[in-house]
Design a protein around this ligand. Structure first.
Ligand SMILES: [Zn+2]
Length: 337
């Protein structure tokens, strides 16, 4: 089968490797669509991915064959490659290790293989794709679960005004999940393609932070109070400070993006407003299921994240990873197997 193998130092090799066979308790999935995640781009950029690994943890496909003892799946079942309830002892390190540090402990699950034609998973790991959810949309269940997790961790309640900094794939999903939860959403995003996508998924207004001060604009748009909850989905040098600057008194800032550099903060500027801060990491199995339900009911549209240019072949993976390393205006990229 064809697979993109990470050879270290920002290099993939697309080559043929043996198709794996499912052992006891495993399923073989034929991958149809595999999304490129920002986490994989970081792993590529900072050379964190183990040499020889086949990355890719956002994919959809069909069950191709099952190993001994597997009863809940049959050939042809449509599945998302993750989101199953973790059996005790199989939780990912962010949920099981008391001091998990992504920067120093990095990638631990090297078995996920979305950038290949076939991949093996334990039978508990995949979840079924509901009727009406396309393969492309289903491949985005994992990033969607990140957005659902962030909103569920927040103090958002119906009728709140929410600010979202950054309308990349995660920001666009957080915008839609917050709207589904009853919020009125204002977005800060400079890239024109991303800001029009934010409007198309229901943001009330998008502010271009290079044209206008987003803090001042958002305060004005909220009657002088500031938004109730602010999600930083950009993680840039100034966005976390802007999130603290703009949030209302006693409001909440949620960090969803993963900044890889120190960020300058001036707490005296905003501490007197007694702001809550939360970070959010990944999604839990419940968040994956909620994501698929929101897609099935039409409350989340992934088509706004995708254009024709976003669907690539496995052979084009290297050039797309190189392009994604630069601060980008791209939305979501999906590999069609
Ligand atoms: Zn991801």
């Amino acid at each position: 089968m064809k697979a993109a193998i990470y050879r270290s130092k920002q290099l993939f090799e697309v080559t043929d490797i043996p198709t794996p066979k499912p052992e006891q308790g495993e399923v073989l999935i034929k991958v149809n669509r595999s999304a490129i995640c920002g986490t994989d781009v970081h792993a590529f950029m900072y050379d964190l991915a183990p040499t020889g690994a086949v990355l890719g943890h956002e994919f959809s496909g069909v069950i191709s064959s099952v190993g001994a003892g597997v009863t809940q799946w049959k050939e042809g079942d449509r599945v998302v490659g993750g989101g199953g309830e973790w059996p005790v002892g199989k939780e990912p390190p962010a949920r099981s290790h008391p001091r998990y540090n992504y920067r120093t402990m990095g990638f631990v699950n090297t078995r996920t293989r979305g950038y290949a034609e076939y991949t093996l998973l334990d039978d508990w790991a995949p979840i079924p794709i509901p009727k009406g959810v396309t393969d492309e949309a289903a491949a985005l269940t994992e990033p969607c679960s990140v957005a659902v997790h962030a909103v569920r961790r927040s103090s958002l309640s119906i009728g709140d005004t929410v600010a979202v900094f950054g309308a990349g794939p995660i920001g666009l999903l957080v915008t839609q999940v917050a709207i589904a939860a009853g919020a009125d959403v204002i977005v800060s995003e400079p890239a024109p393609g991303r800001s029009s996508a934010a409007l198309s998924v229901g943001a009330r207004t998008v502010i271009d932070p290079f044209e206008h001060d987003p803090v001042q604009q958002m305060v004005e748009l909220t009657g002088g109070k500031g938004p109730d909850v602010v999600f930083d989905c950009a993680g840039l040098k100034n966005t976390l400070q802007q999130a603290f600057d703009v949030v209302r008194r006693d409001g909440q800032v949620v960090l969803v993006a993963v900044p890889w550099e120190s960020l300058p903060l001036l707490p005296a500027e905003w501490m007197a407003r007694e702001i809550d801060f939360r970070s959010s990491w990944g999604g839990s199995p419940a968040d994956w299921k909620i994501s698929l339900d929101l897609m099935a009911s039409g409350k989340i549209s992934t088509s706004s994240l995708l254009s024709d240019a976003s669907i690539i072949t496995l052979d084009e993976i290297q050039e797309h990873f190189e392009a994604l390393m630069n601060p980008s205006t791209q939305l979501q990229t999906i590999i069609r197997m």
